[in-house]
Write a protein that binds this ligand. Structure first.
Ligand code: GRF
Length: 199
């Protein structure tokens, strides 16, 4: 299967997918990386891995709708079977999802539906939960509200700050994302209402 990865940051989730995709048994290859940030570390990772990458920066577009169209066009060029949001920090419009219906997967560093949005790690820490984690889900028109595919729990330690907790979450998140994307790519995904089933 062909994967296009959208990333805004350092790209540790992308790095994990790139490490996995070299194995022919994985059943999926990252064929393109799209970022909204010109200097994103994810772009360096793509280059090092010999994977095509493209920057679609909001500043280069007249408005949000045009930017969304630009991101969709950039992703569509790679003919993806699945679009994976791996540390992509912008909300994509329904028009984007319309280009890849039921085929956009996101990873979020909290146990949804708890702590959605851009500060899930900070919010979990502030709330005082003893267990948080990460969620891989299908992207729908809401923010972190789509049907859940897989989750992994991560303990919160007494001396955690946002950074130490996020680093611990990212260890679990990377492996959950690689495992889940691989299984979905090889076996397919069935979504019935809010329930999902791989295979
Ligand atoms: C990940 O935890 C992702 O879930 C969140 O931001 C982090 C990005 O990490 N949205 P990276 O860019 O993949 O290293």
């Amino acid at each position: 299967a062909r994967l296009v990865v959208l990333a805004s940051g350092g790209g540790s989730n992308l790095a994990a997918l790139l490490a996995a995709h070299d194995d022919p048994a994985y059943g999926a290859r990252v064929v393109g990386v799209v970022s909204d940030k010109p200097g994103a570390g994810a772009l360096d990772l793509a280059r090092e891995a010999g994977v095509a990458s493209v920057v679609v920066a909001p500043a280069d577009f007249a408005d949000r709708a045009a930017w969304n169209e630009g991101v969709a066009e950039a992703a569509a060029v790679f003919r993806p079977d699945w679009v994976v949001l791996a540390g992509f920090m912008r909300i994509l419009a329904p028009s984007f999802l319309g280009r890849f219906p039921g085929r956009v997967i996101n990873t979020h560093p909290a146990l949804l539906p708890s702590f959605p949005g851009a500060h899930g790690v900070r919010d979990a820490l502030a709330y005082g939960v003893r267990q948080t984690g990460c969620t891989v889900h299908v992207v729908d028109n809401g923010v972190d509200t789509g049907p859940i595919i897989a989750q992994a729990a991560v303990p919160v330690l007494d001396d955690d700050d946002e950074s130490s907790l996020h680093e611990r979450i990212k260890v679990a998140e990377r492996s959950l994302l690689v495992e889940t994307v691989g299984r979905v790519a090889r076996e397919g995904l069935t979504v019935e209402g809010r329930r999902t089933r791989i295979g």
